[in-house]
Design a binder for this molecule. Sequence first.
Ligand code: KG4
Ligand code: ZN
Length: 338
Amino acid sequence: MLILGIETSCDDTAAALVEARGNRLCVRKDIVSSQIAIHQKYGGVVPEVAARNHAENIIPIIKKTLGKTKPEVIAVTSGPGLATALLVGVEVARTLSYAWKFPLVSINHIEGHIYANWLSARNIFDIKLPALILIISGGHTELVLMKQHGAYQLLGKTLDDAVGECFDKVGKMLGLAYPAGPQIGALALSGTRNAISLPRPMLEHKNYSFSFAGLKTAVLYHLQKHSVKTQRERADICASFEQAIADVLVSKTMRAAKEYQAHTVIMGGGVAANTYIRASLKNALAREMPKTTFIKPALRYCTDNAAMIAAAGYFHAVKNDFTPWNKLVIDPVWELAI
Ligand code: KG4
Ligand code: ZN
């Protein structure tokens, strides 16, 4: 099965061609056109600007992705995300489905982040469920129990900022360009992890909710009292901040993995690209739950891309879970699990 994935939920215009062959998902082509340089001068994503750029880029990107190949299925992100941005991908997918008569699969962006993990699997049937999923992106922070393919239970989510958003806002305070997550990760490598004392919000709460607004404010107060003069001081703040985030994420994920007896623990979303968080969760699992498999997406598939949308599309297509082109609508606040 050849699946064309289309993703335009935020500031990346992406298309990919994924082939399901035997027990594997093979990425034939994967194009991500990032608009970061365009949005950087505003310090964040401007929805209207994102949508206009998607509209300009999407057809050339799909053309380049397909070449002379015609897909058999089209999988498109229809939510959650920025309404006007989502509309571009969905309208193109509807048009292609109408013109080519190929079936259409409507994909939740978060489900795409989950299935990014199946792209690297040597055998897609090897990933054992139930899996505990830690979603950490620019818009979401949640713990989800995946009982079966397509069956999700939300265990908890952030009550305020998402982790990625927190990375970006703290980065802004430190004078780093948007998106600051990767730069904070890089700076933290040379910093001292207990250089400044920061809170671990909701660490002791016996639920799976998160809160990061207080941590962000704590960094702000620190910066108001101690101006950052050297690269060393900046690295110390990044390392201390990253440690506080890692402590909260790892502790809650481990507790949930134990409570729900997960066979697999999976990460997804842009922040899953963070080296320290990846290693911290891996080490905690190896220490406390050595029989549980830990899976993380390849770095390329942590941040937004369309290969992950095509991967999720495959698992819907095999169940004939299609949406007719004239029934497909966007849902900017689509919750994967409740
Ligand atoms: O999943 P994603 O590409 O978009 C959303 O669906 O939100 O995630 C983007 C977020 C941004 O906040 C970015 O700063 C963060 O992921 N990010 C990172 C790293 N790479 C990307 N955060 C921390 N460390 C990283 N290495
Ligand atoms: Zn995303």
